[in-house]
Design a protein around this ligand. Structure first.
Ligand code: E4P
Length: 219
């Protein structure tokens, strides 16, 4: 399972990269705005800065147009920024048409805002490289986000779709473990959720004991 970090914060991306487990980055317009990245040129420059940190990892850059021509225009510009850019396109009718267009041109895409198995089927048929089912936002409205991942894994397996399932809207370390159990290809997570996987009280207690015993024996 690949690990992406879900942020536009360069320090957090560097921290995840330095940990040695980072396979890529996802961003969205809200995450870019949260970092104060505004204006088209600044946004494009920021994507390049992210790509330069993550080496060979994929970086999802989201379009803000909702009409076919606009999505194509934006996606073309984004895809030319860096080899690792994946154009993130919303799951709407015009988006599906654009994903098919990009797929035919060899431009990689991430179909975002997936909330149902039917949407996942359409995106795969159109040739999306990745789909992003949003687990946390489903859980927020008392629907089962992990169950959606299980359904899509099953459906894609039936037909050997090559589209990768990129579980998004991860809110905690347990979501990551459940996605791994379900067979998601990728999880994109806030850095604290990744770091949360490190934690176990028995690890802390065991290490403290080992160090104390060593000190007692060796002075
Ligand atoms: C990433 O691709 C998604 O845009 C992101 O995971 C959404 O997360 P949120 O539901 O926590 O905003």
């Amino acid at each position: 399972m690949k690990f992406f970090v879900d942020t536009a914060n360069l320090d957090q991306i560097r921290e995840a990269y330095d940990l040695g487990i980072l396979d890529g980055v996802t961003t969205n317009p809200s995450l870019m705005a949260k970092e104060g990245i505004v204006g088209q040129q600044n946004i494009l420059d920021h994507y390049v800065n992210i790509c330069n940190i993550v080496g060979s990892g994929d970086v999802s850059a989201e379009v803000i147009s909702t009409d076919f021509e606009g999505i194509i225009r934006e996606g073309q510009i984004l895809s030319e920024l860096h080899n690792n850019i994946v154009v993130k396109v919303p799951m709407i009718k015009e988006g599906v048409k654009a994903i098919k267009y990009f797929s035919d041109k060899g431009i990689r895409t991430n179909c975002t805002l997936i909330f149902s198995p039917g949407q996942a089927i359409l995106a795969a048929k159109a040739g999306a490289t990745y789909i992003s089912p949003f687990i946390g936002r489903l859980d927020d409205i008392h629907l089962d986000g992990i169950n959606l991942i299980e359904q899509i894994v099953h459906i894609y397996g039936n037909y050997a779709f090559e589209t990768e399932i990129l579980a998004a809207s991860i809110r905690n370390p347990l979501h990551i473990v459940k996605c791994a159990e379900a067979g998601a290809d990728v999880v994109t997570c806030p850095l604290p959720s990744i770091l949360g996987l490190l934690k176990h009280p028995l690890t802390d207690a065991g290490l403290a004991q080992f160090l104390a015993d060593h000190k007692k024996a060796n002075g």
